[in-house]
Design a protein around this ligand. Sequence first.
Ligand code: AMP
Length: 111
Amino acid sequence: MSTIFGKIIRREIPADIVYEDDEVLAFKDINPVAPVHILVIPKREIVSIGTMEPTDAAVVGRCLAVCRQVAEDAGLSDFRVVTNSGAGAGQSVFHLHFHVVGGRGLSWPPG
Ligand code: AMP
């Protein structure tokens, strides 16, 4: 399955990329909900946490390490990492992504 994030990985459409390695890509969200809003994705096509396989665990862990790195690079000490799994939870792009959000106060619980 190919999504808009697959097109970003293949450089078929532009994105404001802030981090890349052989397995993980991070870029600015096109519709930010906070002063810092970065998406961290595995290059491998995993749909969501809800459909990941046990063999995906290593790359998912690497994604979380990159979340920490891009938050630090953006100067954030406090931030939130969110992933929506399934349409009912707000997922609109069906390629696993972690939202790194910060730069303003964040209330809890989320909507
Ligand atoms: P979700 O609703 O959790 O699936 O999040 C999808 C996110 O992808 C949303 O925050 C969108 O603003 C973002 N998004 C969609 N298309 C692009 C794009 N071309 N470049 C950057 N972010 C995008």
